[in-house]
Design a protein around this ligand. Structure first.
Ligand SMILES: C[S@@+](CC[C@H](N)C(=O)[O-])C[C@H]1O[C@@H](n2cnc3c(N)ncnc32)[C@H](O)[C@@H]1O
Length: 203
């Protein structure tokens, strides 16, 4: 994972979307939130700024090192980060008001992607919400959509295979449907390149 790309390029690009996601999701101070595959922790930090008790997990210790460094610099006591596998989350069933994942489903092969979403469903509270942020499919026919295709192509390997499958299978709306979730709200950002879906389990 290219850390320079993330900390210096992707995080600044998505900062406003990450801030908007908190209001879009209707998270409020005191809520509990888990962000899976949190990378450099940028989304978790936006939760922390808003008084949400937030946890980020990622399997890559180099990505998490950035998250921990930023948490210490900001002296945020209400957020924490752990190394963990999103396909086997180290949390009890129904633990969190919100469970989110941003830009970490499009790059997974279908079995891993599905296992991550199943675990998100398991650890969210009965009346809680799942928040998905990823590329909007179909990608817009503009500079953002073209840029996304180019970046993903050069990522190569299983990342690109995952991206191709994500596009061909219908992106977030298909994932929501396949997992028996109800999409309550969908928002679009960055000239239609980014989709955010707030969903809940059918109870
Ligand atoms: C494209 S990055 C997205 C990071 C961040 N969510 C964001 O919005 O910038 C995907 C992240 O998923 C993490 N990841 C991949 N497989 C994982 C797994 N099985 N469990 C936890 N994290 C995983 C990677 O280490 C990486 O940080």
């Amino acid at each position: 994972m290219a850390l320079l790309t993330y900390e210096n390029l992707v995080d600044p690009l998505l900062k406003i979307v990450r801030q908007s996601l908190v209001d879009f999701s209707a998270m409020k101070a005191g809520d509990s939130s888990l962000d899976v595959c949190c990378g450099t922790g940028a989304q978790v930090i936006e939760y922390g700024r808003r008084g949400i008790t937030a946890v980020g997990i990622d399997s890559d210790e180099n990505m998490l090192a950035f998250a921990v460094k930023n948490r210490l610099q900001l002296k945020m006591e209400n957020i924490s980060f752990y190394i963990a596998d999103a396909t086997a989350l180290p949390f009890d069933d129904k633990s969190f008001d919100f469970v989110s994942v941003s830009f970490a489903l499009h790059d997974k092969l279908p079995d891993v992607r599905s296992a991550v979403v199943s675990e998100m469903k398991r650890v969210v509270k009965k009346r809680g919400s799942l928040i998905f942020m990823d590329f909007n499919i179909p990608l817009p026919r503009n500079i953002w959509g073209m840029g996304a295709n180019i970046v993903e192509y050069f990522a190569g390997g299983s990342h690109y295979q995952g991206f191709k499958d994500f596009k061909e299978s219908g992106g977030l709306s298909k994932i929501v449907e396949e997992h028996g979730l109800v999409a309550e709200k969908t928002g679009y950002f960055k000239s239609g390149m980014v989709a955010v879906v707030k969903a809940r389990s059918i109870v």
